[in-house]
Design a protein around this ligand. Structure first.
Ligand code: RNT
Ligand code: ZN
Length: 417
């Protein structure tokens, strides 16, 4: 008697899909897990740090939030232990560890404040990515890199430079380039008098921030646009057009966040255009609901399409996949694990699609067959392949996830004050 998986394997083979090869491929795709789901983007610069400004918001006060870097690391380890595949960890500058070094402001950060993260990452087998933090700070109440106030602007330029040094430090030590992402919230709640001036300033500030030449073997800089945020409804200086132009002329990576475009825009559709001209991109997998709400990602059409485009690009090594969601209203580790699993599952589903057959129908002009095949494969049992992948990776199957999270809650997070 063959196992259910073996039967399913044959079914996929009829479509020309080798599920064994798919499992091998999906397992190696690195997904960079964001550290900020575990503590509502608070960071640990000071006791009780919390997210402020920046036009992003976390809602909910589910009990058990990580209160220290040690707890956050424990939670990351738990979330990742529930997800098959290769993981990187994406840190934000406001997660500096001042336990053994003197606390400093953002414009004085040194790699030493992240040494413990590097040691921890090495012990877990993770590579690190990095993000400068241009929010949750007294100097980020208004504009940052776009500020007309030279002092404010210089402070944030210096912060960006420091973050590049920290990223390069990670890259060198871990022998894998660190992707360093720059996102600023700078914008206006209401109609600006002058849309151009802040963009001119931003361009100059970025040129200064990126002025030091750092080897791509250590550091890759990426820049993230946004359409609008809370408090920047009328105008965001760092728009898509701005950063696309900047990335092209300055040879930077471009970050595409699924929540940063008009709601009816298909972000997946941008990959094949952008990648004709920009060498590498960073994706922020997220789930906007009516606005850039950063809901936990799930296996919906948007995520599937995104992963299909990643796979079809055949440039997997030039597409860096990062997660960007945060929900404080439900069990945070559960949210994390679920989102990590959904990302990996969407990649698996994309690899299980018979792209060649679909393309052949298209070339023959048989658009009915193309549509029918796309529709038929939706109800193929990809979940069985996923279960088999989890089993081989020694990772809880879907049917055990809820129990796993409840047990961790009972044993660990419910004991946090
Ligand atoms: C904000 C951007 C940005 C942040 C993180 C915390 O809208 O998406 O990527 O979510 O830097
Ligand atoms: Zn983002």
């Amino acid at each position: 008697m063959s196992t259910v998986y073996e039967q399913i394997q044959e079914k996929y083979a009829e479509y020309g899909i080798d599920t064994e090869a798919v499992i091998r491929t999906v397992d190696k795709i690195p997904v960079s897990v964001h550290c900020w789901q575990g503590d509502d983007v608070g960071g640990f610069e000071k006791a009780g740090s919390s997210l402020s400004g920046g036009g992003i918001q976390v809602t909910g006060s589910y009990p058990g939030k990580a209160r220290s870097i040690a707890e956050l690391r424990q939670d990351i380890e738990k979330a990742v232990s529930l997800t098959p595949g290769t993981h990187r960890i994406s840190l934000h500058a406001n997660y500096a560890d001042f336990e053994n070094t003197k606390p400093v402001d953002r414009d004085a950060l040194e790699p030493s404040a992240f040494q413990s993260w590097l040691d921890w990452a090495r012990s877990c087998g993770f590579h690190l990515d990095f993000n400068a933090t241009f929010f949750s700070h007294p100097k980020a109440q208004g504009l940052t890199l776009c500020s007309k106030d030279r002092g404010i602007r210089d402070f944030w330029i210096e912060h960006g430079k420091r973050c590049r040094t920290i990223g390069a430090f990670f890259g060198e030590k871990q022998k894998s380039p660190c992707i360093h992402n720059v996102w600023i919230a700078d914008g206006m709640k209401d109609i600006p008098a002058d849309r151009k001036v802040y963009r001119e300033i931003l361009c100059e500030s970025l040129d200064a921030l990126f002025s030091e030449n750092i080897s791509e073997a250590y550091l890759k800089d990426s820049i993230e646009s946004k359409l609008f945020g809370i408090g920047s409804e009328a105008y965001v200086a760092g728009s898509h057009e701005f950063y696309l132009g900047y990335a092209l002329t300055r040879n930077k990576l471009l970050t595409l966040d699924m929540g940063h475009f008009h709601p009816t825009e298909n972000v997946a559709d941008k990959i094949s255009s952008v990648m004709l001209f920009v060498k590498e991109i960073l994706l922020h997998l997220s789930r906007p609901m009516r606005w850039d709400s950063d809901h936990v990602i799930i296996l919906n059409d948007d995520l599937r399409l995104m992963c299909e485009e990643i796979v079809k690009s055949r440039k997997l090594e030039n597409i860096h996949i990062g997660l960007d969601f945060f929900d404080g209203s439900i069990n945070r580790i559960g949210a994390w694990a679920l989102g990590c699993r959904s990302a990996r599952k969407a990649l698996l589903c994309a690899l299980l699609l018979p792209h060649e057959k679909i393309a052949a129908y298209e070339d023959e002009g048989d658009f009915f067959a193309r549509l029918a095949l796309l529709e038929n494969v939706k109800s193929m049992p990809a979940g069985i392949v996923w279960d088999e992948y989890c089993r081989r990776s020694n990772i809880a199957p879907d049917s055990k996830l809820i129990d796993e999270i409840h047990t961790y809650e009972y044993n660990v997070t419910s004991k946090r004050g």
